[in-house]
Design a protein around this ligand. Sequence first.
Ligand SMILES: [Fe+2]
Ligand SMILES: [Fe+2]
Length: 475
Amino acid sequence: MSGINYSEKIPNNVNLSEDRTLQRALEQWQPNFINWWDDMGPEGSKDMDVYLRTAVSVDPQGWAQFGHVKMRDYRWGVFLNPGDQERKIHFGDHIGEKAWQDVPGEHRANLRRIIVTQGDTEPASVEQQRHLGLTAPSMYDLRNLFQINVEEGRHLWAMVYLLHKYFGKDGREEADALLQRNSGNEDNPRILQAFNEKTPDWLSFFMFTYFTDRDGKFQLCALAESAFDPLARTTKFMLTEEAHHMFVGESGVSRTIQRTVDVMNQLNTDDVAKLRAAGVIDLPTIQRYINFHFSVTIDLFGADQSSNAATFYSSGLKGRYEEGKRADDHVLKGNTYKILAVEEGKLIEKEVPMLNALNEVLRDDYITDSKGGIDRWNRVIEKAGISFKLTAPHKAFHRNIGSLSGSKITPDGRVVTSEEWMAKVGEWLPTNEDRAYVGSLMGRVVEPGKFANWIAPPVMGINRQAVDFDYVRFS
Ligand SMILES: [Fe+2]
Ligand SMILES: [Fe+2]
């Protein structure tokens, strides 16, 4: 079951050839996907051979195989983690019952919405990143960008499989619509606003893959608990791919910082103008990028109080992060949780029913996890002997969703007036000047082993290859 069949038109480990109707439906969708990739995928990449990893089995060990391929020929397909026929639902009102192998009628609309919303983010990020190849800081980085792009394409396949197999005609229509919406398109945008923003430069890309792909990880972890077993098994396999995306983000920011602190020490200065003249990204600008991406990403978890979140949990559609490792009753009726609110010009904590606050619970788990990388970035600065500390902004900073969205709150958690916000926002969020400066550094460097001036080389290559390996072959 865990071996992947590559002899078929659509690689899969779900015995697709035994389900003719589904196979035909997916084979009809496939050319539309390829057209979408040609139109909206990485710009100018058509003739490149890229050193990509492809899944060969879904076993935790050795599932990846590496080799140079054209991205268009990447073996996109349908891969699920092995199933357990005896699996039981382990949270919500149906706790202890058998997990569902099909979609219960009463949860159909909600499950479809969850799958479509997740599915929509996958091609959206490919669209957001489609110009970045033109300004890659190295061949190594170019390859990592492309690896992420093809895997997001496969994540789309994963969701489209569920739509086609379990949701009939509506599912097929939704699968088509996933290729019709486009990031930033005025008439037909992607569903979530963060996925309509541009990813204009490589610092943004690294921040996005560190912070926003991590949102993906937490959403997938919550869905991996689902009572709808095919969804749980699909998302579990997607998570193995997601880890690499966050690695690209974390190491990319880390290497940017490394280069900056090296130049700070060479020039013996922390003067922003001098560092910019030397072509590196000053630490205060990196902090502002963190503030932006952190705050925009935590909005993706949704309103701090949500009856949908309660319904999704109680009905077994979406669990908590690491649901199985928690020591409570997994039903949560009568439990409470603290959320933030502004009262009389001050941030206060408010106790609310936990079931309604499950978006906030997931957001808080995400915040704990994302702070780990910031600590590791600080170690790079410390090791260079420089006294500067990067921090995650306050959870209430720059929020556009939920009860905090109407308030102006500083990165250290002070409620301020609109006037103070306007006067100081340039210290807290990237300014047009910051973005223009970072943009001015973006030039294409693609000779093997060469790196743009603003970023340090990685410690090692991909799949134990040398750093100056030819990860991308141009023809
Ligand atoms: Fe993804
Ligand atoms: Fe991802």
